[in-house]
Design a protein around this ligand. Structure first.
Ligand code: 13P
Length: 287
């Protein structure tokens, strides 16, 4: 069932758990994530970066694939198809393509411009029943060409953006896309606490979910995080399982080179990662 992310995140915030956003890159990723969410009776958000959208030939292809897959696989849990770190133009393209949720990442604009553009998108999304995520502060590291310095958000600016009527808010709290460096300082729970106090019932989003220790994830959920984004970890599990298959020479045995066989261990590895995260985030049986 393709739905906006609003209801599932409001329920998660009230129930003190988080819904996972798992980024997709192709058919295998999408299928593995949808089947695992269904198996665990969990709501799920499929994240699509602008780079991944382009790779899959465009947002229309992505929306058509996801909608058809939900139908053909009989997926009955709530699924949101969400643009990840969208540009202003990208948001409009995804709205037109039939996404059920978008993120406008205006964090690199001066706050007044971020407010102005977010406000415009709030009105457009409300009219169409699409959920909207906004960002304040920035997520460190790099994801598909989106580079951030990782500065912590200003809680007052978070309140300004939350008051515009967005459905979820990503606040930079020292989180980083990709693997965490050995000298990482950890999440700033002080910032998260201050943001949560000023934004009340607003579901907060934790980007950079790969590699955050379990105790930090649990504490972040306690402090109001209701959506956690995971991308790199599925890529790492897929790559490791595929490498093992090839290193064991299995692609050379029988018809082991058949893409349906060659990609199967990686697809199973993504399922295992998603299952682990759904358990950790507490969204199993919350569909
Ligand atoms: P990771 O790649 O670090 O898991 O981050 C994912 C993310 O935040 C998507 O926006």
């Amino acid at each position: 069932m393709l739905v906006s992310a609003k209801e599932m995140l409001d329920k998660a915030k009230a129930g003190h758990y988080a819904v996972g956003q798992f980024n997709i890159n192709n058919l295998e990723w999408t299928k593995s994530i949808l089947l695992t969410a269904q198996e665990m009776n969990s709501p799920v958000i499929l994240g699509v970066s602008e780079g991944a959208g382009k790779y899959m030939t465009g947002f229309k292809t992505v929306a058509a694939m996801v909608k058809a897959m939900i139908e053909e696989l009989n997926i009955t849990v709530p699924v949101a198809l969400h643009l990840d770190h969208g540009t202003y133009e990208g948001c409009y393209k995804c709205i037109e393509a039939g996404f059920s949720s978008i993120m406008f990442d205006g964090s690199h604009y001066p706050i007044d411009e971020n407010v102005e553009k977010t406000k415009e998108l709030v009105a457009v999304c409300k009219e169409k029943g699409i959920s909207l995520e906004a960002e304040v502060g920035s997520i460190g590291g790099e994801e598909d060409g989106v580079v951030g310095m990782g500065e912590c958000a200003d809680p007052n600016e978070c309140k300004m953006i939350a008051d515009l009527g967005v459905d979820m808010l990503a606040a930079g709290i020292g989180n980083i896309h990709g693997k965490y460096p050995a000298n990482w300082q950890g999440l700033s729970f002080e910032t998260l606490d201050a943001v949560q106090k000023l934004t009340g019932a607003m579901p907060l989003v934790l980007h950079g979910g790969t590699g955050i220790p379990e105790d930090m994830i649990k504490k972040a959920i306690d402090l109001g995080v209701s959506k956690i984004n995971v991308n790199t970890e599925c890529q790492l599990s897929f790559a490791a399982a595929t490498r093992k298959y090839i290193e064991e020479g299995k692609d050379q045995q029988g018809k082991g080179y058949d893409p349906r066989k060659l990609l199967a261990p990686g697809a199973e590895a993504i399922k295992a990662t998603v299952r682990e995260k759904i358990e950790l985030f507490g969204s199993a049986n919350k569909a």
